[in-house]
Design a protein around this ligand. Structure first.
Ligand code: C2E
Ligand code: CA
Ligand code: CA
Length: 704
């Protein structure tokens, strides 16, 4: 070691040695960066980066050697063999290139070490080829010990450098690797030069021109730096292009393209971080769910362009109102979610007020102006929930409540209130599952002609036997199905099943099916009815549809036109629950209903209440004058039956005449037989989960 240092200090121009070291250091850095980039790419790109790495390595190795050689002062005139000098350069580039390709090949676990060793070997071969080109007027002797040491050191250090950059064992691996590679070149050169001894023969100074040598050295250094610089520049250009692309991709992945706000996935990670922070440092986090009011109408009535504009304007406003510790994301179509780390409730309220102001300010477009507003649900961490998931669910519940209230557009999570909503949602989910698993059933309640006591038909009533809550009334679960939209499928199923059942009845009684307002508004009802009648083979005049006034009132004209189409098929239309709704005479005049179903609440009070009795009388008179038969619902006693008969009621329905029962019981009681249809087949088809109506059936009075 000491000998090497003495050799450097005594036999070299120290300034040129420093220049060589600088070239070597910058070259090594470039080589390591370029090689690393090559290993992150594939195919042609990788070949390109390997080429650049090889050229940079060749330049660094060769120029270091060449400059350091010119720095060497042998004390005798020097000249260079041009061919060997060129060969040494090509050896450096080619050898390093091969080494890099092997190192990055991944052929064996040792590929990086082997490739690195090859690069080290290339450094050594380059050096000694260069030394062969070095012609000096003197006797040259080689110390084989130093010579071999130089080769071993170069091969080992180079292998370590490549192994380091490939395995990346710890931070700073790149500088470390570049440092080791620098040593591989420098150590080889100067140990090699220590092995090299010149005894000058004849001092003929005319051959030697130190100034020219120095100029040459500096020229070589400049060329080397240009090459290395070019390599590093391409690396940096690629790096920034890559960073830009990555930034763009990250932005795309984490933000919503319409509003530019963060999206749901970025919201989730932000929420986790805020909750972690609250756990570490204390403090509370408020989650605020925002659902725009009437956004669907804007989209439906004014087109998606207007809808998009509203979202953009509101998104911008909310983005601009944020302060430190606040965050907002678009988490759904017209849903936004805000997060605030807050210290005081006043601060939280102030934030909510800012949001409300932004939401309720009008949005102006080219040809519209809307005040959208929104419903806000708020839940607090850790007060209302101990996990992000629970917090989101609770915000949802609070928001759901806020949407239902017309007057409150902000609702805070409140366990007792929201538990009811939660239970309803659970039930709605159960209902969907029950429907999908074929666990619902239809029961039939007989309808009887008063004068003849004959059966006129049966009303189909939906049944659900809940595994926990038992037999549930459709009055409870139909509203759930209406809220969740399941009613469309459910209603279609009832219609289809009831028609199929009725088609097989002997005698051919009518079947009455209830229609929900939602079904009436959304589905193409007349088309569905035609299709069901065709597929089940039920004649149209044996089907009766029962609908309430509320179903018609939502869109009277639209409803009547659908009803007219259905009636034209021959299907009967009954007005259900008459007397409980608006009961406008106008309604009865506007459409030729086939039946009025007087609500059971009047019958219940008929025997004791004079006013109930007078309403019954009035409805009977109305029916007579309009020529529409009246059916009284909810007949439970003989007294009620007699009274209704006396008032001139046409048909009756109620527990006295028969409770709603499964189809098999209609068969068992002899009311009907099934034409070519086995009761058991019918039962299995429906799963027969529900055996009987909740109430025990009374024996049927009427005779067919
Ligand atoms: P609704 O259309 O008024 O049906 C008559 C209801 O009165 C039935 O209740 C029936 O069991 C009950 N009922 C019949 N006779 C008597 C009686 O003498 N006394 C008493 N207290 N009640 C009697 P249910 O089956 O619980 O159905 C409740 C409501 O659920 C129905 O009222 C109807 O609006 C709705 N619904 C039932 N099935 C369906 C369906 O498939 N689709 C739709 N959209 N709604 C249905
Ligand atoms: Ca009904
Ligand atoms: Ca009714």
């Amino acid at each position: 070691m000491m000998t090497v240092v003495t050799c450097i200090v005594e036999d070299h121009n120290i300034w040129l040695v420093l220049v060589a070291a600088f070239v070597c250091a910058s070259g090594s850095w470039a080589v390591i960066c370029l090689f690393e980039r090559a290993s992150r790419t594939a195919g042609l790109q990788r070949a390109g980066w390997h080429f650049l790495a090889a050229v940079a390595a060749g330049a660094a190795i060769w120029c270091t050697h060449f400059i350091a050689m010119l720095a060497y002062q042998p004390g005798a005139p020097v000249s260079l063999d041009p061919v060997l000098t060129m060969v040494s350069l090509l050896v450096a580039i080619g050898g390093a290139g091969c080494g890099f390709i092997v190192a990055a090949s991944g052929l064996t676990r040792f590929a990086p070490v082997l490739g690195g060793a090859s690069v080290g070997m290339a450094i050594a071969v380059m050096h000694y080829t260069g030394m062969l080109a070095y012609r000096v007027q003197g006797i040259i002797t080689w110390d084989m010990g130093y010579l071999l040491t130089s080769i071993v050191l170069s091969v080992t250090l180079s292998a370590i450098a490549v192994e380091l950059i490939t395995r990346k064992p710890r931070r700073g691996y790149r500088s470390l690797s570049a440092g080791v590679f620098f040593l591989a070149i420098i150590v080889l050169h100067f140990t090699g030069m220590t092995a090299f001894k010149v005894t000058p023969l004849l001092v003929d100074n005319e051959f030697s021109n130190p100034a020219a040598m120095q100029a040459l050295a500096l020229a070589v250094a400049s060329v080397a730096l240009v090459i290395v610089g070019a390599g590093l520049a391409s690396y940096m250009i690629d790096d920034s292009a890559r960073t830009e692309t990555l930034d763009q991709l990250r932005h795309l992945a984490l933000s919503d393209s319409l509003t530019g706000l963060p999206n749901r996935s970025s919201f989730s990670s932000r929420l986790e971080r805020k909750l972690d922070l609250a756990n570490e440092t204390g403090g509370q986090v408020a989650l605020i769910g925002i659902d725009l009011n009437g956004f669907k109408e804007i989209n439906d009535l004014h087109g998606h362009g207007a809808g998009d504009r509203v979202l953009q304007v509101l998104g911008d406003r909310m983005k601009n109102l944020l302060q430190d510790g606040e965050f907002i994301a678009r988490t759904g179509g017209d849903e936004f979610t805000a997060i605030q780390r807050f210290v005081s409730y006043a601060g939280l309220e102030e934030f909510i007020n800012r949001l409300r102001t932004a939401l309720f300010e009008p949005v102006k477009g080219a040809d519209f102006e809307f005040v959208t507003g929104g419903s806000l649900g708020v839940a607090l961490y850790p007060d209302n929930a101990t996990s992000a998931e629970a917090l989101i669910t609770n915000v949802d519940l609070a928001m759901y409540r806020a949407k239902a209230h017309i007057s409150h557009n902000v609702c805070y999570y409140d366990q007792s209130t929201d538990d009811i909503v939660r239970a309803r949602r659970g039930l709605a989910k159960d209902l969907r599952e029950a429907f999908e698993n074929n666990e619902l059933d239809i029961h039939y309640q007989v309808q009887t002609v008063v004068a003849t006591k004959r059966i006129s038909g049966f009303e189909a009533l939906l049944r659900w036997n809940h595994p926990v809550h038992g037999c549930m009334s459709p009055a409870e679960f139909i509203p759930l199905a209406e809220e969740s939209g399941l009613i469309l499928q459910l209603g279609e199923w009832v219609l289809r099943e009831a028609c199929a059942d009725a088609a097989s009845w002997k005698p051919p009684f009518k079947v009455a099916v209830n229609l929900s307002p939602a079904q009436f508004v959304h589905a193409d009802l007349s088309k569905l009815i035609i299709e069901v009648l065709m597929s089940t083979g039920l004649p149209a005049d044996r089907l009766e549809l029962e609908l309430t006034e509320s179903a018609i009132l939502q869109d009277k004209e639209g409803a009547f036109s659908v009803l007219r189409r259905i009636k034209a098929l021959g299907v009967n239309i009954a007005l259900d629950d008459f007397g409980t709704g608006y009961s406008s005479l106008d309604m009865l005049r506007s459409f030729p209903f086939d039946k009025i179903k007087l609500d059971r609440s009047f019958i219940h009070e008929a025997e004791d209440s004079l006013s109930a009795k007078s309403i019954i009388r009035a409805v009977m008179a109305l029916g007579k004058s309009l020529g529409i038969p009246v059916l009284a619902e909810g007949i439970e006693t003989e007294g009620q039956l007699t009274l209704l008969g006396d008032e001139g009621c046409d048909e009756v329905q109620g527990f006295l005449l028969g409770r709603p029962v499964p189809i098999s019981q209609l068969v068992d009681s002899g009311m009907i037989s099934l034409n070519g249809r086995d009761v058991r087949t019918v039962r299995t088809r429906r799963g027969d989960a529900v055996a009987e109506d909740a109430h025990t059936p009374e024996p049927a009075r009427p005779t067919a």
